[in-house]
Design a binder for this molecule. Sequence first.
Ligand code: PEP
Ligand code: MN
Length: 267
Amino acid sequence: MMRERLEVIPVGQWGLFPTGKPWVIAGPCSAESEDQLLAAARGLCPSATGGVPAVDVLRVGLWKQRTHPGGFEGVGAEGLPWLRRVRRETGLKICTEVVCGAHVRACLEAEVDLIWIGARTTPSPYLVQEIADALRGSDIPVLVKNPIGSDLELWSGALERLASRGVRKLGLVHRGVASLSERRYRNDPAWDLAARMRVLYPELPFFFDPSHVAGRAEYVPELSRRALCEGFDGLMIEAHPQPSEARSDAAQQLTPAALMTLLASLK
Ligand code: PEP
Ligand code: MN
């Protein structure tokens, strides 16, 4: 596949990742309450590490597309003021996942620092187009996760739709792909797929999400290390103040303290 370079603004100019590589986005899978979010952020902000910044941007899901019905589908826009408070009180930048144009508009109004498109949305051209249309005229950075299946064309098609609407702060997140044969991890890390994407889009910052690959917290460190050896620029990791109580992805979330230990070992 031949392609032209995307006209992008380098990640160094986004004002979000001042620390040295690996850049780190971390936080709970889902926002559950204002207190939970604050507890997570307080465990991840520089004051928790004696003033050393380790996490650049706090992640949290507000709108949760669940595979099966009946699960916790997120607090939605109600959580946006919580995110703003967290930023005010901890200094962490904030990011969340959007699924449709209405979510984009809500995030722009709340001045969220970065948004991402999740693995269940990237493979939906109608939704990605709606998101891209809603982003026209804004300059919020957008990260695009790979589709749940290993379809590189859908992943790059999503980038093209965003670029065609003037999105210039673009990045990638690899979160593994669904696989019948993979046993150890929830999703196959598919390092080769990521490497191919890297070759196609060397101009984009490339994050690895060890949490959604691992499916279990105990595998997150080994995957994080491997990702850095594979040349990823940053990590997106789930951390929850009480992982076992989490309303989504309980098995794969680290405590903030465990995350800090991991990050210290990586730098
Ligand atoms: C998430 O980041 O919480 C999430 C739902 O991830 P993914 O889209 O990779 O499944
Ligand atoms: Mn999750």
